[in-house]
Design a binder for this molecule. Structure first.
Ligand code: FES
Ligand code: FES
Length: 180
């Protein structure tokens, strides 16, 4: 008998468990959109270049078009549908709304998921390519527009909403800092 080309797996997405059978070649992006009907995550390039498909896997950013669904079993996946707390928007979502951080909205789910992780990464002291002092004892650098642009550089927006996006990420980071 030829080896099976599909597997049963359970994905944990936004706190819910989903059991499904997938072809081994199915990407996490296609599993989310086509099988679980979680269409908030967008397919832009399907090649890891645009960031539209960004989701959080165990709290870290991942381009879901480059990850196989079978490799996501046992991980906690958060999509744009799971970012808000019930009716309470995430500070990043609120800041995008308040500051017009989107225009067409196609890239927005990925931008928001990325920004959520960027703020956590920065608060944890992770340096970026724009960080001058990368010694661990230096702590998080100021979250300047350059830092935000560098950290968000994997997310492309054809509409050119970048100025507002940078402002929204800065606003959300401040809001989160004030709430901490
Ligand atoms: S669709 Fe995944 S990076 Fe573009
Ligand atoms: S708002 Fe991002 S591509 Fe249009």
């Amino acid at each position: 008998m030829p080896p099976s080309t599909s597997s049963d797996l359970t994905l944990s997405v936004n706190g819910e468990k989903y059991t499904l059978t997938v072809d081994h070649r199915t990407t996490l992006l296609d599993a989310l959109r086509e099988r679980l009907d979680l269409t908030g995550t967008k397919k832009g390039c399907d090649q890891g270049q645009c960031g539209a498909c960004t989701v959080l896997v165990d709290g870290r950013r991942a381009v879901s078009c480059l990850q196989l669904a079978v490799a996501a079993e046992g991980r906690e996946i958060t999509t744009i549908e799971g970012v808000a707390e019930g009716d309470q928007l995430h500070p990043v979502q609120q800041a995008f709304l308040d500051l017009d951080g989107f225009q067409c909205g196609y890239c927005t789910p990925g931008q928001i998921c990325s920004a959520v992780a960027v703020i956590e990464e920065h608060a944890a002291g992770w340096p970026s390519a724009a960080t001058d002092d990368i010694r661990p004892e230096a702590g998080p650098p100021p979250l300047t527009p350059e830092e935000i642009r560098e950290r968000m550089s994997g997310n492309l927006c054809r509409c050119g909403a970048y100025v507002s996006i940078v402002q929204a990420v800065a606003r959300a980071a401040e809001t989160k800092g004030a709430a901490a």
